[in-house]
Write a protein that binds this ligand. Structure first.
Ligand code: ATP
Length: 312
């Protein structure tokens, strides 16, 4: 069942086309990623979805509701954590969660939620005194306090150190297990690959591809690369003639074979047939970032440009 339907979404700011004819659907219970570089139009897309921004054209349905017309009803059903959740520095954690809880007719127990997010010891701590990781967890708590059917999380782990990032990912897994549909906006390849069931790749406002992480890699039809060392020279033409092989390059005793399909099996069998012993064998499969580069012609920004903050 589709929880979110977007058809032909367009949004421009003056002469900048931020979102250009984007269409996708999000199914119940999935973690759906919107992946793209800075300025790709990700935030604008989700802002339109949750009724924070009016689109110029297109049709949006979230849980059967129109975000513009039914914004108040939708607010009860969709939890939103947008970039840089800004709270007053002096607002305490417990106060913030109770305040947000009061916006909903039904919702989570604030104390239980804080305990679940590992913030129960921080109830009396001011927002400004939290670490980056704790601020993120509070932002997630605020997005979940209304027991939403759909959670929209924008740049969830930007600025977190690797450990805090992994903890947050674990949390998202748990949110999904509780039945919440998650729309995750990210520019982090690893995050998208680790968490998302399907990913919409957006570049310069346009939807470039939409598939599972593995499907995106397959769509990009990228080669694998097999590297090994040999103790004695052999006839490379035997490997080059294999249907799985697209190229063979030798550098001293190191051989690099690129290709597709069951490359490892095909090359290993051929080497055994030749009586050649291969050592230090390594197989490099294409990753999502290779697929992104192949699909868009450019790289995402390096893993994370912001300064990681310690998760105290
Ligand atoms: N309020 C605004 N007024 C004018 N231009 C805007 C506004 N908000 C976004 N833009 C422009 O629209 C384009 C898409 O921006 P958007 O924030 O949606 O992208 P994004 O993919 O979320 O990027 P980021 O990850 O940097 O937030 C960019 O060129 C941006 O400069």
């Amino acid at each position: 069942m589709a929880v979110i339907e977007v058809e032909g979404l367009r949004k421009r700011y003056g002469t900048t086309v931020a979102v250009d004819d984007v269409s996708f659907t999000v199914e119940k219970g999935e973690i759906f990623g919107i992946l793209g570089p800075n300025g790709a139009g990700k935030t604008t897309t989700v802002e339109c979805l949750v009724g924070l921004r009016n689109s110029d054209a297109g049709r949006i349905s979230v849980l059967g509701l129109d975000p513009r017309r039914d914004r108040n009803r939708l607010r009860q059903l969709v939890g939103v954590q947008l970039q840089q959740g800004i709270l007053p520095e002096k607002l305490r954690v417990g106060e913030a969660v109770r305040l947000y809880r009061s916006f909903y007719s039904e919702g989570a127990d604030p104390d239980r939620l804080l305990a679940d997010l590992g913030l129960d010891g921080k109830r009396r701590t001011a927002f400004g005194d939290l670490s980056g990781g704790q601020q993120q967890r509070l932002a997630i708590a605020l997005a979940l306090v209304g027991n939403p059917v759909v959670a929209v999380l924008d740049e969830l782990t930007t600025g977190l150190d690797p450990q805090a990032r992994r903890n947050t990912w674990q949390l998202i897994d748990e949110i999904r297990e509780s039945g919440v549909t998650v729309l995750l906006v990210t520019h982090l390849m690893e995050e998208a690959e680790r968490l998302c069931d399907r990913i919409a790749v957006i570049d310069r406002g346009r939807l470039v591809a939409l598939d599972t992480p593995l499907g995106l890699i397959r769509q990009a039809a990228l080669d694998q690369e097999l590297t090994f060392r040999v103790t004695e020279p052999f006839d490379h033409a035997v490997l080059a003639a294999l249907p799985e092989v697209s190229g063979v390059v030798a550098d001293g005793d190191e051989v690099r074979v690129s290709g597709s399909g069951n490359l490892l099996y095909a090359v290993s069998s051929a080497l055994i047939g030749l009586g050649v012993v291969a050592t230090e064998t390594r197989l490099r499969q294409a990753q999502l970032d290779d697929a992104f580069l192949a699909l868009t012609g450019r790289e995402l920004r390096p893993n994370d440009s912001s300064t990681p903050e310690e998760d105290r």
